[in-house]
Design a protein around this ligand. Sequence first.
Ligand code: V47
Ligand code: SF4
Length: 354
Amino acid sequence: MLFKTIKEKVASNTRISDAEALALFESRELLAIGELAAEANQRKNGDKVYFNVNRHINYTNLCVNRCKFCAFSKEADDPGVYTLALEQIAEKAREASSAGATEIHTVGGLHPDLPFEFYLQMLRSIKQVDPRLHIKGFTAVEIDYFSRLSGLSIEDVIAALKSAGLGSLPGGGAEILGQQVRDQICPEKISGARWLEVTEKVHAAGLRSNATMLFGHLEGYHDRVEHLHLLRELQDKTGGFQTFIPLAFQPDNTRVPGAKGVGGVDALKTLAISRLYLDNFQHIKAYWVMLGLKIAQTSLCFGVNDLDGTVVEEQIGHDAGADSPQALGKEQIQLLIREAGRVPVERDTLYNEL
Ligand code: V47
Ligand code: SF4
């Protein structure tokens, strides 16, 4: 009955409810869920699967927060703590530009004493290297931090970053938006409500952004549904989200009690249900770094239409034990997509086809 109703809803572009999404999470019918999600995706995106040529730059791992799921952040006297100098950032951008990248994805810890000007300089120096590089940088968590750091309003922080070259925002920091879970896994981080509020202002300033969901730690299915609900609601209001990215939790070196990591069934089910529930998101991305290549590729039969990018140098997932490669070549991504019977399409950050 559940599947018949959802099939009819997919066919008539009708929304599925929170109760239906929860029933799907509780169902063991992975293949039936996947088939519906694949159908929903086929209607939206046909056979195309997007990817981009990008490079991640994590400018510092020093962070004033201690999120329990994070193996990346360090304190000032920890071994392995680093902050990149502007010249090192420019050098990485130069390498990216010569390798054909169209995007720099840059995020970092909340550094205790770098001034706001550093982040503006960082954007300017990347743009100086190659003005065609789109900078997808800083999460809503960082934007809120910059505002507190500088005494500027969120609107003024966004305007300053934008005029220094910021092109859009990645989807990090959303974790699970419900506060009960947040209080357990990232008590110092801005609230879920604040993440949504900052994101709304980012969209109002004309910048697009992504949304993530960190799953597979101590949240329940109802927390995932609430998270999806809040995102669908904000998207109705602003239309500013481009892509939804469920991030499979990597447990090594983290401090979430009892968390074991995410199996293939849960990963595929979560991606598929995201496609079905988030009818107002055009793109669902499988971030292969956290999922592993095999599940990321398989997810192309479960409603996914984006495989992220070449990445080049990834720290957040690998510090937490991700066993995926550090980087993928463009040809490898294209092969993964073709093997799944789909058509690889290189895109820029804003989904213009290249
Ligand atoms: O916000 C931290 C997550 C995020 C772990 O927008 C972890 O295109 C798994 O947001 N296991 C940052 N995840 C990464 C991110 C992202 C990645 C790729 C593409 C895009 C995009 C965004 O990583 C953090 C946090 O939710 N994270 N620790 C961990 N142990
Ligand atoms: Fe800091 Fe971000 Fe890690 Fe939290 S997830 S500890 S805010 S780097």
